[in-house]
Design a protein around this ligand. Structure first.
Ligand code: PMP
Length: 390
């Protein structure tokens, strides 16, 4: 039944079914788009394309309703228990979303002598906005100290014990990532709340979790969720910032100051509908199983070194399994060369430093990232190809 469920979903991705000789293994960069998302875009553009928030003719009203409806849809998708208090701001992706939190909210939260805690080895998009905000505030005479959100070597996620040493009475903000984009581990952000207490805003980079697993703002107990729609089946140039109750200056209720990416927003609503129908819990199980299949296979190949904690390599142990991606290097072949070789066999993977801030960034590696359209057969064929390169 699981394989049948997956086959029917995979069949909805024309770019996947249209290229039987190719395996798209780069979904952490951006996902492919299912037919219902393409249809929603086509329908909107051919029946009611107009600008939003202005005009009083039917197409304009429809567009406004679609954009406002999409905000509510994002809240619902994120399991928001209090949609009346929260807000959703549309962006072009996670990078822009995190920048927006830094620019539009953070300055209001901070005073001279305050501290913020940020992860130094996550995606660059979740470090540079906070450093830039600090520098901007410093020019205004507001000194903010940046502390590192610590990781634990053994399991690869954040270290709540070490965080307790970092957090102090002046801690006013914590930035964290839900699923790491190089190591593939769930960073266990729910533990951060227990350390910092109820008052400190936590901003979550959910770029690698939204669309891949159920993301519940209530369960995570965070104040901001920032994600990319384009990694979750929607069009490029889409994303959102969900804010629990902190209203940034960009929110002028009822006021529209620019033209939103209406088509992108329409695609996002269709994508979230599609994901909910498919079931993010089932998508999670499918991709985690595929990732385990790959990490187990890689562990048997001497020539490859998997990045991140070794212990999460073994499926079925108490140490968490990798989510939908795994990053590795060949001990003798340059990663870019390996990428070319793999493409000559039909595999599309990510190579380079993966925009990681610090740590393994410099050396380059190959990242294989999966979504619901990938199959065990693709993994087995990839492993066979990797084995021939030993
Ligand atoms: N954060 C993480 C964890 C990511 O994986 C990515 C995507 N590479 C980003 C941020 C940036 O996302 P976007 O390219 O949509 O801005």
């Amino acid at each position: 039944p699981v394989a049948g469920w997956q086959r029917s979903l995979r069949a909805q991705f024309p770019i996947v079914t249209g290229h039987p000789g190719l395996a798209y293994l780069d979904s952490a960069a951006t996902s492919q788009k299912p037919q219902p998302v393409l249809d929603a875009v086509q329908t909107y553009l051919t029946t009611s394309n107009a600008n939003a928030g202005r005009g009083s003719y039917p197409w304009a009203n429809t567009t406004t309703a679609l954009v406002e409806g999409a905000r509510e849809r994002v809240k619902e998708f994120l399991g928001d228990p209090e949609p009346g208090r929260s807000s959703v701001h549309f962006t072009g992706g996670t990078t822009e979303g995190l920048r927006s939190v830094a620019r539009d909210w953070l300055a209001d939260l901070l005073a001279d002598g305050d501290e913020i805690v940020v992860p130094f080895a996550d995606h660059q998009a979740n470090l540079s906005p906070w450093l830039e905000a600090r520098d901007l505030l410093a020019r205004r005479g507001v000194r903010v100290r940046v502390r590192e959100l610590p990781y634990q070597e053994s399991s690869g996620d954040y270290d709540p014990g070490a965080l307790a040493e970092v957090v102090g009475p002046r801690t006013r903000f914590v930035a964290a990532t839900h699923v790491h984009h190089v190591y593939g581990v769930d960073m266990n952000v729910d533990r951060i709340r227990r350390v910092v207490g109820p008052e400190v805003p936590i901003c979550l980079d959910a770029a690698q979790s939204v669309g891949h697993l159920p993301v519940s703002t209530a369960a995570l107990d965070v104040d901001f969720v920032v994600f990319s729609g384009h990694k979750a089946m929607a069009l490029p140039g889409t994303g959102a910032v969900w804010s629990r109750n902190l209203r940034g200056p960009v929110f002028r209720p009822g006021g529209w100051s620019g033209t939103p990416n209406t088509v992108g927003v329409v695609s996002l609503t269709a994508a979230l509908d599609w994901l909910d129908t498919a079931g993010t819990d089932r998508i999670e199980r499918w991709t985690v199983d595929l990732t385990s299949r790959l990490t187990d296979g890689l562990a048997r190949l001497e020539a490859y070194e998997v990045l991140g904690c070794r212990s999460s390599l073994t499926a079925g142990t108490e140490v968490q399994r990798r989510r939908s991606l795994v990053t590795f290097r060949h001990r003798g072949i340059d990663s870019r060369d390996l990428g070319f070789i793999l493409f000559s066999h039909g595999f599309m993977v990510r190579t380079d430093g993966h925009c990681q801030a610090g740590r393994d960034a410099a050396d380059g590696s190959v990242r294989v990232s999966l979504h619901v359209y990938n199959t065990p057969r693709e993994i087995d064929e990839l492993l066979s190809t990797l084995a021939t390169l030993q």
